[in-house]
Design a protein around this ligand. Sequence first.
Ligand code: ZN
Length: 224
Amino acid sequence: MSSRLLPVDATAVLAPRVDGDDVETLGVDLGLKRLFVGAPPSTSEEIEPSYTVEGEYVRALYDELSATVRRLQATPGDTTTAEAEAFVVYEDSICAAFDRALAEFLAFVDRVDPDVVGVEDLAHNRRPLHECRDGSVEVGTWALPVIRDRLVDALEATGYAVAMVDPAGTTRDCHACGEAGERRNSTLVCETDSCPIDEVDRDESAAATIAQRAVTTTDRDASL
Ligand SMILES: [Zn+2]
């Protein structure tokens, strides 16, 4: 909790608000383990305000779909139609889960009320979910462009400016010094002597780097 004293206006109905009222840019890291991680362009140890929407429910649905398809394939006879139906049903359920996660994340974005939101310009060519069934196409190849497109559409529909940024190195490089860190499970360890970061949440660090790139992209566009 911040010990900073905020001016109190007893007549105002205060909306719940996250610390860091002066944040103007947010970066969003997308993934399957954690669907959305939002953070400002921090270069310090403190990455606030940040917010994470976990992806367990979506992964559980995908695991269930995989198990269902495996069971069908182990059944005698032609199960092509049944498999296709399973994909349709689970794709709908997974997309509904994306939308619930997105609504939760957008509530955070609204509390921060940034001028610009940086989103990873993922290079994935979107592939149909059913192509993931034999393992040759990773589920993220389907899922990440889906959540990116839903996020960008929702942000733009709400009136936020979106900056698409290059995601290269964002989960590998320290958000403070930009050097490659050592990845340990969900954290990133920075060994640069002059850097204030020792160990940081990797997704939050990535979101902060994405926010920094969004600031750069926006500044560059404004000067054109
Ligand atoms: Zn560093």
